[in-house]
Design a protein. Structure first.
Length: 286
């Protein structure tokens, strides 16, 4: 038995799951830091760095699109190489073992799917897909990366510090020469199939997530500061419905005053021990 298994927090977490057979998990960027994907905020919930691209700006301004795709081309390989970590695999094991009723993630990296989670809603979409804003054709992001590298070989050799969601800390000097991707079907404008900051979650997806919360009898928050309202609203609604909320998160959350229990440790250090504590079979993922 590892040291993490001996820590007292596993007993109340296990009791929480055993007492509530329809627990809904809500996850955020802290789930994926152990997979090498940076998160947006520090332990006090304060955003790091400059504001991300806003959806309306992306669609309105060609210069913003050029900047986005240039940085994404450099940052994408880090995200593409990322694999599910022990926390992702443990949540999949909890679901498959009947200890979780479902999972809503604010992440766009697709790692929960690859870990084996099945009753899953990706609230903000999946960055491994790209959609044409003109003809609505869908493209794999990996294929767009190949086209970007072929069209911009000099920038493809650039090195930069990775940022969240496939971004990179780089300001290309010659964006006028940068060739952004276009739809191979119609030549139209391409956008990652995600909910940008400044945009709304599609209503059908919101409705499905709220229905999942309504069916749940408790909420487990993992790796999220909940500073973005699209995530915090689930805690607010759960509290209003009298559903207990437990969080596993390093640092402050927006819902701290609503929590019945908080474990200030990382998901990958806590969740595998919880799976063992409950006697559930582990999963190997993809």
């Amino acid at each position: 038995m590892s040291d993490i298994d001996r820590i007292d927090h596993l007993a109340p977490l296990a009791a929480f799951l055993q007492a509530h057979p329809r627990v809904l998990a809500l996850t955020g960027a802290g789930m994926s830091t152990a997979s090498g994907i940076p998160d947006y905020r520090d332990q006090d919930g304060v955003r790091r760095g400059r504001l991300p691209v806003q959806g309306p700006e992306f669609r309105r301004c060609e210069a913003v699109r050029r900047r986005y795709w240039a940085r994404s081309m450099v940052g994408w390989p880090t995200l593409a190489r990322a694999a599910p970590n022990a926390g992702h695999l443990a949540l999949a094991a909890l679901e498959q073992g009947g200890a979780l009723g479902g999972l809503i993630t604010q992440n766009v990296d697709g790692l929960h799917q690859r870990a084996g989670s099945r009753r899953l809603i990706e609230l903000h979409g999946n960055i491994h897909g790209v959609v044409c804003l003109d003809c609505r054709a869908e493209h794999p992001r990996a294929a767009i990366q190949a086209a970007l590298v072929a069209a911009n070989p000099a920038l493809a050799r650039a090195l930069a510090r990775p940022l969240p969601d496939g971004d990179a800390q780089i300001e290309p000097d010659a964006l006028d020469d940068f060739r952004p991707p276009c739809c191979r079907h119609c030549g139209g404008t391409l956008q990652p199939d995600v909910v940008f900051f400044g945009d709304n979650v599609p209503p059908p997806r919101t409705a499905a997530a709220l229905a999942m919360l309504e069916q749940a009898d408790a909420l487990l928050v993992v790796g999220s500061s909940l500073m973005v309202f699209s995530g915090f609203r689930f805690c607010k609604l759960a509290a209003e419905s009298g559903k207990p909320i437990v969080a596993i998160n390093v640092g402050k959350t927006r819902a701290d005053e609503l929590l019945a229990l908080k474990v200030q440790l990382s998901a990958e250090s806590v969740l595998p021990g919880l799976v063992r504590r409950l006697g559930l079979a582990p999963v190997a993922g993809e």
